[in-house]
Design a protein around this ligand. Sequence first.
Ligand SMILES: NC(=O)C1=CN([C@@H]2O[C@H](COP(=O)(O)OP(=O)(O)OC[C@H]3O[C@@H](n4cnc5c(N)ncnc54)[C@H](OP(=O)(O)O)[C@@H]3O)[C@@H](O)[C@H]2O)[C@@H](O)CC1
Ligand SMILES: [K+]
Length: 538
Amino acid sequence: MRHAYPAEAIRAAEAPALAAGEPLMERAAYAVAAAVVAEARRRGLALVGARALVLAGGGNNGGDGLFAAAHLARRGLVVTAALLRERVHPEGLAAARRAGVRLLPVSGDGAQGHTGMPAPGLAPVLAVADDADIWIDAIAGIGLTGGLRGVSGALVAALNERRERSILDPLVVAIDVPSGLESDVGAVPGEAVRADVTVTMIGLKPALLLPPAAARAGRVELVDLGLAEALAARPAPVRRLLGVDVADLWPVPGPADHKYTRGVVGLLAGSDAYPGAAVLASSGALRTGCGMVRYLGPEGAARMVLARHPEVVTAAGRVQAMVLGPGIAVGAPVPESAGRALVDSEVALVVDAGGLDWLPTDPTALAGRRVVLTPHAGELARLLTTRGGDPVERSTIEADPARWAQRATELTGATVLLKGAVTVVAQPGGTVFSQSDGTGWLATAGSGDVLAGILGALLAGSDAPAGELAAAAALVHGRAGVWAARNRRGSEGGPSPVGDPVSATGRGPLDDRDPGAPITASDIAAAVPEVVRGILAH
Ligand SMILES: NC(=O)C1=CN([C@@H]2O[C@H](COP(=O)(O)OP(=O)(O)OC[C@H]3O[C@@H](n4cnc5c(N)ncnc54)[C@H](OP(=O)(O)O)[C@@H]3O)[C@@H](O)[C@H]2O)[C@@H](O)CC1
Ligand SMILES: [K+]
C-alpha cells in the first residue's frame, strides 16, 4: 500500500532528526542528484557538459536544489542556479558557489506584467532554460501556500508555455513536490511545474497521488531519508492499494466453500432503454468470481443476460450484495426489490446511475452499512446539487475530485467511488483511496457497468471494509482495461488472447511504444480473470 502524509506529519517526523543534527538536506540533495543522473542516462544524455538549470526558491526546498546543483556541477554538468528570492538557503548557496555553479539572481521587476509576454526580468533565465537539457525545480515544496506568486509564478507560466509549444523538451525533475502544487490536496491552485520525475522526501504527499495534481508529478521516487519508521506511526489520509494488497483481501474460495458461502450478487440493472448494462454488470460480477448472480431487472434485459450468461438465476432470493442502478434512467421509480435491499442492513449495496436517486435522504440511515456509490463526475455533480443545496458543476468536481467525493460521503453516509482517469474512493470519516491503474481506453460505454458488477461480487464475497473493496475493484477494473488494450482480446468468449505472458498481470502502464488497442466494456469483463490470476499468483 502507498501512504501519503500531510505536510504537518512530514514536519513532525523530521523535527527530532533535525534537532539531533542529522544531515537530512544533504541526503535529500544527494538523492536528487542521483535521480537526475540516472534519468539523464536513461535518456541517453551525456552527463559531462550537459546543461542543467536549477530554479531555487527561498526556503529549504531551494536549499535541496542548491546542494543538488553542487553535486551535479562536481560530476561535470554545467549548472546554473536561478535564485528566485533575494535570500536563499545560505549553506546551499555557499556549496553551489564552491562547486562552480553559475548563480543567476532573477529580478522580479515586471514579473506580473499584464501583456501575456514573459516579464523583462525573466529574459536571462529563460535564455538559460532554452539551452538547458535538464530543469530542476526547487522553487517550493511543502512550504508553498496558495497559487505560485510573483516572479516564480511568471517564470513557471513562461516555462510551461515553452514546453507546450514543443519548443523545448528538457528533462524536468521536481524536488519534493512540483512547485505550484499545495502538497496536502489534489486541487491545482494555479500555474504549476510539470515534472517528468518527482523526487519526494520522507513520505509521499497527497498531491502526488490525488487528481488532478498528481498528473504534474510524472514518475515519483520516494527517498525516506531514514525516517520511514517515524512517519509510519502517523495516520495517512490518502492511500493507494497495490496488487499485493488486493491479493490479501481477495475472497479465494476454500475446499469447504459452496456457491452460497462465496456470495450471491443481486442485480437490479438494465432497462428497456439500456438492456446492455444488465449484461455487462453480470459479466463483471461473474468474472470476478461470485457464487451466483441473481438478475432481478426487466424481462427483456433478463433474456439478454441469460443468452450471454446461462448461469445467471432470475428467481428472487437471498443476496449478500445488491447492485442497484446501472442502465437505469434517472427518475425511474424504486422497484420493490431495491426498496427492500435499501432497508435491509444485512445487504451490502453498490449504487450507480439511476439508483442514486433511490438513496434515503437521511445520511444516518446508512450508518454502519457497507454501501458504495459509483458515480462519474456528472452524476456526482447532480447528486451534490440535489442534496447539498448549492449547484455544483462537473468541472468543479474535476478540479478537486477527492474533496467532492468526501463531501458526498457527508451528505449520503455512504462510501463514494468517483470514477475517473484516477479513481478516488472516499469513506465517511475515513481514508481516501486514489487508484491510478487504468488507461484512457477504459473510457467507453458500459465500462462503469462492469465496474459495478466487479464491486458487487467483492462486497458479496468478502467482509473487508467497503472502501478497501471499492479501491480493489477500481484496481482490477483498471488493470483489466490495460490487459485488454495490450492483448487486443476480441469479444468475450472469443479467441484466446495473444501476447506476453508477463503482461497477464495487467501491471505496468501502456506507453508510447505500446499505446494499446481500442477495447469494449465486454473486453474489460473478459480480462478480469487473467488480472485476478496475475494478482493472486504474485
Ligand atoms: N528542513 C530540512 O532540513 C529539510 C527540508 N526538506 C525540504 O524542505 C522543504 C520545506 O522547506 P520550507 O519549509 O522551507 O518551505 P519551502 O517548501 O521551501 O517553501 C518556502 C518557499 O516557498 C515560497 N513560497 C511559498 N508560497 C509561495 C507561493 N504561493 N508563491 C511563490 N513562492 C511561495 C516562500 O517564499 P516566501 O513566502 O518566503 O516569500 C519560500 O521561498 C521540503 O519540501 C523539502 O524539499 C527536505 O529535503 C528534508 C530536509
Ligand atoms: K519543488
